[in-house]
Design a protein around this ligand. Structure first.
Ligand code: NAG
Length: 207
């Protein structure tokens, strides 16, 4: 998630350009330490090395790319940050929750999409403001059942997520369940400046 650093710097830069220079910077710094709302779920089953969770239906704000390169992901994060801070039909700021998810969907060898999504805060869940950027959209995720486990460390690149997905799929298959590697969510909970107790998860959606 190096792109998140880029994106945070952009965000600081764009707010610093406004008149309330100092107070905006202070607000952004406080935001770094705020507690985030988290997508609510219950653990519905614990298996050997992974668990099944049921996530409540929630609305997310998303933007999509065909590549997971740092510049492409920085653009997506930049668009979503701008949605949060005002590029929408509403009057007030929308706050992001956690985790930040990237939905990975592979339809063919050359056909991959990466959809970056921020959880919309509780206050705007019922009626999220409409994005003004045509590359940003609201996604209404229904109740979702996933198989997952938590891993630490830094997950920067596509191949690191794919490696974890492969390992977890193997563990799940040993228990006689099957999952698809072509459709997963990559969930990140931490900003890059947090060094320990990091939390990353590959989610396999199951019926
Ligand atoms: C999780 O459990 C709580 C308490 O039983 C319940 O209120 C909530 O609706 C459950 N959420 C899901 C997603 O099942």
């Amino acid at each position: 998630m190096r792109w998140l650093v880029v994106c945070s710097l952009l965000l600081l830069g764009s707010t610093a350009a406004q008149a309330n220079f100092i107070s905006d910077i202070v607000e952004e710094i406080i935001n770094l330490f705020q507690t985030y709302e988290e997508a609510p779920y219950n653990v519905t089953r614990t298996a050997n090395g992974y668990e099944e969770r049921l996530y409540e239906a929630r609305k997310w704000v998303c933007s999509r790319s065909n590549s997971y390169s740092d510049p492409d992901m920085a653009v997506l994060a930049w668009r979503l940050n701008h949605y949060m801070t005002g590029d929408h039909s509403g009057q007030d700021k929308v706050y992001m929750g956690l985790p930040v998810t990237t939905e990975y969907l592979q339809r063919g060898p050359q056909d991959k999409t990466f959809t970056l999504c921020f959880l919309i805060d509780q206050k705007h869940q019922d009626d999220p403001p409409t994005p003004t950027n045509k590359f940003v959209f609201i996604e209404h995720r229904l109740e979702m059942r996933v198989l997952t486990r938590t891993v630490g460390g830094y997950m920067y690149h596509e191949n690191e997520w794919m490696e974890e997905a492969g390992k977890l799929a193997a563990i799940i298959q040993q228990e006689g369940e099957s999952v698809s590697l072509n459709h997963v969510h990559w969930a990140s909970y931490d900003f890059p400046w947090k060094f320990w107790n990091r939390r990353n998860e590959v989610w396999f959606p199951v019926a």
